[in-house]
Design a protein around this ligand. Structure first.
Ligand SMILES: Cc1ncc(COP(=O)(O)O)c(C=O)c1O
Length: 430
């Protein structure tokens, strides 16, 4: 035996092992981006690819203060030095139940709430509890009713063929704006549907499905007992990254899923499921097998910030304005620099931390355009990574770019200027 691991060790991977160890969606591109940034050779890139939220000083202070309170409290040992319930830290569950009751009048109690280690893990649990093969061998689909959507959905199912996404309709708004709408003439929600899933506000597009659209999806799914998971990683009350009015919806088969990552705690891995008791019980048992429970430290500081109302207040007064202003910079810069005669369209900015640009009839692929943009020192994410589960070949998937609003206003303006020049040259050459 040697002390170091053998380089020759090459265990056979299972089907699931192969699938889960492959980089999917945006993670594959992130590898290229990280390598580009590392090999920048002095070139200052304007990085418009980041998904990591900006560290806002007021938000950091809130979490620091909550931590200081926890450290000084008698509860500290109980929180950090002990296992807890798989469902989550009781004071956090209670704080959320009360907060949603007060804000939205939801009649929920502790049996309607589950805390998970980040919301990505909850989609993994849900996708494999409600999507995939039943005992009878039937395939239950995970329906993404409006594609593009969050790239992270691409890897959540152990049965990849269960993930089915639908192409939306495109509504043109003025000369250079658009908005996606679910195409109800295409979306199939039927006896083969295990669950429905979408982000609202949406990463990457900033789209917010209307109340009517969400209600219609829930009504279509209800006769098939299929839960509808509303990924609310950017929704009110926290992080409150909606730039248009929206209210979280609750109903018989609606499952409201929160993430505290964009509210300043991505490192603590905190997701929250609010939904019918039967869904919570299934996911809780799955979670016990998977990881026992989420970190209690994060849960304890979140309980304080939610109970006091400070988190929801900061979401409104600091987090939302920060990103809403950045969207305005992107919008104004594109209007100023982009050639009016070319068919470019910015998705209506209704929320989240990204802008989504569609370059219709782009004479090259989004990946090639991404490589060209790198030549002028700008990095944005090619849009084709954001269509997980979409089976049909749709040229639109190769004509979009995701622009992160985490950069500074100066970087965004300069980035849009260089992007506009690149767009002009690209269309002119072909
Ligand atoms: C729409 C959406 N859902 C879920 C997640 C996962 O978030 P987390 O696991 O940090 O809660 C993200 C992360 O960026 C996201 O954008």
């Amino acid at each position: 035996m040697t002390a170091s691991p053998s380089p020759a060790l090459n265990p056979v991977l299972t089907q699931v092992g192969e699938q889960m160890s492959a980089l999917t969606g945006v993670r594959a591109i992130m590898k290229d981006i990280i390598e580009t940034l590392r090999s920048g050779k002095g070139q200052d890139f304007i990085n418009l690819s980041a998904g990591n939220p900006v560290i806002l000083p007021e938000v950091e202070t809130l979490w620091r203060d909550c931590t200081a309170e926890l450290l000084a409290s008698e509860d500290y040992g109980n929180v950090v030095c002990r296992y807890g319930s798989s469902q989550g830290y009781e004071p956090l569950i209670e704080a959320i139940a009360q907060d949603f009751h007060q804000r939205y009048g939801w009649e929920i109690n502790d049996r309607n709430i589950l805390i998970t280690p980040g919301s990505q893990s909850l989609y993994f649990l849900a996708a494999n509890a409600f999507g995939g093969r039943t005992e009878e061998g039937e395939l239950k689909n995970i329906v993404l009713p409006l594609s593009p959507d969050y790239t992270g959905y691409g890897g959540i199912s152990l049965v990849p063929e269960a993930l089915v996404a639908y192409r939306p309709t495109i509504e043109r708004l003025g000369n250079h704006r658009f908005k996606y709408r679910p195409d109800f003439s295409q979306v199939q929600i039927d006896q083969n549907t295990g669950m429905v899933l979408f982000s609202r506000p949406c990463n990457p597009t900033g789209n917010v499905l209307t109340d009517e659209e969400v209600t219609k999806l829930a009504e279509l799914a209800a006769p098939h007992d299929a839960p509808v998971f509303v990924d609310s990683a950017y929704a009110p009350p926290y992080p409150g990254l909606n730039f248009t009015d929206m209210t979280p919806l609750f109903g018989e088969n609606l499952v409201h899923c929160i993430s505290l990552s964009k509210a300043g705690l991505p490192g603590e891995r905190l997701g929250v499921v609010i939904g019918p008791e039967s869904i919570i019980r299934t996911l809780e048992a799955f979670q016990t097998n998977f990881c026992i429970h989420s970190s209690r430290y994060g849960q304890a500081i979140a309980a304080r910030a939610i109970r006091s109302g400070a988190l929801a207040d900061l979401a409104k007064s600091v987090i939302r304005p920060h990103y809403a202003e950045k969207f305005e910079v992107v919008e104004a810069s594109l209007d100023e620099f982009m050639p009016d005669a070319l068919p470019w369209y910015l998705h209506k900015g209704e929320g989240a931390i990204f802008a989504w640009l569609w370059l219709d009839e782009l004479p090259m692929t989004d990946w090639e355009f991404y490589q060209q943009l790198k030549q002028v020192g700008v990095i944005a994410v090619p849009g084709s990574s954001f269509f997980p589960g979409l089976r049909e070949d749709w040229p639109h998937t190769r004509q979009c770019l995701r622009i992160s609003l985490t950069a500074t206003a100066t970087e965004l303006r300069e980035g849009m200027k260089r992007l506009a020049q690149q767009v002009e040259q690209t269309y002119a050459k072909h």
